[in-house]
Design a binder for this molecule. Structure first.
Ligand SMILES: NC(=O)C1=CN([C@@H]2O[C@H](COP(=O)(O)OP(=O)(O)OC[C@H]3O[C@@H](n4cnc5c(N)ncnc54)[C@H](O)[C@@H]3O)[C@@H](O)[C@H]2O)[C@@H](O)CC1
Ligand SMILES: Nc1ncnc2c1ncn2[C@@H]1O[C@H](COP(=O)(O)OP(=O)(O)OP(=O)(O)O)[C@@H](O)[C@H]1O
Ligand SMILES: [Mg+2]
Length: 380
């Protein structure tokens, strides 16, 4: 019987990140007691649920990702105006991390989005602007060290008012690349997620955004326009928190499906040797050969790419004429499959020329060419 102490499967809706992370000892003791008395049945319940999923004969199907890329990538037409190919925003970038939000935001542009914004801290903004004049950078986020306690509620309102001016215009929000883990900043980002959800803006959650939502699952629970893109560690933490067990690679397909289902039908893209994607109904995989280099930043390319493909896949006119196996698929699944396949193709191309010195920037340089090989601008 597996009982995990310190995990709180009974957690109520949390109002602040701190509230989620710091439980008072009496509350913790009561929860541990409850977990102990429910322990047998909760472990049993997990086995039962997994058994139920198993009996659905879940088999992940390696998909024809090229057909999906062709179906969802819009044609370039002179009748279109700026913005119609996608307006993406990345919420991330702090003192430590300026590369991650840049990688995500520039990847969206390189794939074909028209506009890419970054909402980051004041320290990170000039650095990110310096990487690229193409990005629209908003220095609005604040970390605890830069504000006094008595100013926090005012600053938090100002951050939200600032982002609210823009939120409705975005086709997709990426939350997390290089966000950092400052509690005040994460509190503000929780509110941003709630506002995005209220406006039905799709949200891709990655990096430190996953740290936030794993500790505060109600932020995304039951939101079908949420896509989570965990790496190996982020996935382990999600499984631990949601299913109260360990990662089981022998039943990887069932487990990712159950995880997506348990969080109320969000889409999960589990990154790894093979990318596994589920929306709680089906599981798909992408395992086309990429690159043996594991330099940091490749996940950031992926989150920016999912955002742009999701904005395209949601445009029904793009996919309406495709094969029913594509046109009837959840747009979030289509976006994850497309992004995963394109990143792997670009990584392969970069590695062919750069070998051991392949870096994230080299892969970004190959995104356009890799997409062009599958979806030429001027088909012959
Ligand atoms: N250039 C950049 O600005 C980059 C920033 N990134 C950002 O960095 C933040 C953290 O993400 P990471 O995926 O790096 O997460 P982690 O900081 O959890 O992991 C970084 C590495 O450290 C290892 N590690 C973590 N805890 C450890 C421990 N206790 N002992 C030994 N090894 C340990 C992990 O296995 C992993 O290889 C995110 O916001 C992410 O978006 C990354 O995306 C990489 C690129
Ligand atoms: N062992 C592997 N073999 C092949 N591809 C892999 C492997 N591990 C990861 N990838 C690919 O690399 C991409 C990035 O995954 P990774 O696990 O490195 O993300 P990450 O840790 O979030 O990256 P980042 O450094 O940007 O935070 C994914 O699309 C995944 O398909
Ligand atoms: Mg990452």
């Amino acid at each position: 019987m597996l009982i995990r102490y310190g995990v709180n499967p009974l957690s109520p809706l949390c109002n602040s990140v701190k509230g989620c992370l710091v439980a008072s000892s009496s509350v913790l003791r009561r929860q541990q007691f409850l977990i102990r008395i429910l322990g047998g049945s909760s472990s049993q319940t997990y086995q039962n649920r997994l058994g139920g999923i198993r009996s659905m004969a879940v088999c992940s199907v390696e998909v024809d990702a090229e057909s999906i890329l062709k179906a969802i990538t819009p044609a370039l037409e002179s009748s279109k105006h700026k913005g119609q190919a996608g307006k993406i925003a990345v919420v991330g970038g702090c003192r430590e991390y300026t590369g991650a939000p840049y990688f995500a935001a520039i990847s969206a542009l390189k794939i074909g989005a028209d506009l890419s914004h970054v909402f980051c801290t004041k320290d990170a903004a000039p650095v990110i602007k310096g990487y690229s004049p193409e990005l629209i950078v908003h220095p609005i986020l604040e970390e605890s060290y830069s504000i006094r306690d008595e100013d926090k509620s005012y600053v938090s309102e100002r951050v939200l008012a600032e982002i609210d001016k823009w939120l409705e215009r975005f086709d997709c929000l990426v939350v997390g690349p290089g966000l950092g883990r400052d509690p005040f900043l994460l509190d503000c980002v929780s509110e941003i997620i709630k506002h995005a959800r209220h406006l039905n803006v799709p949200v891709v959650v990655d990096g430190d955004g996953l740290f936030l939502v794993t500790n505060c699952l109600d932020l995304i629970r039951g939101y079908p326009l949420a896509v989570l893109t965990p790496n190996v560690n982020e996935y382990r933490r999600l499984i631990d928190k949601v299913l109260n067990c360990e990662v089981n690679d022998e039943e990887a397909n069932q487990q990712v499906l159950l995880l997506a289902k348990q969080i109320g039908g969000v889409t999960i893209l589990r990154k790894g040797k093979l990318d596994l994607i589920s929306d709680g109904d089906i599981v798909k995989s992408v395992s086309t050969y990429g690159s043996p280099r594991r330099c940091g930043g490749q996940g950031d390319i992926l989150s920016g790419s999912v955002a742009v493909f999701l904005s395209w896949a949601r445009e029904q006119s793009n996919v309406a004429e495709a094969d029913p196996s594509i046109s009837q698929m959840n747009p979030s699944l289509l976006a994850c499959i497309a992004a995963s396949a394109l990143l792997r193709k670009a990584a392969r191309a970069a590695f062919e020329s750069k070998r051991r010195s392949t870096l994230t920037g080299d892969i970004i340089d190959c995104l356009g060419r890799s997409l062009e090989e599958i979806c030429p601008v001027y088909p012959s």
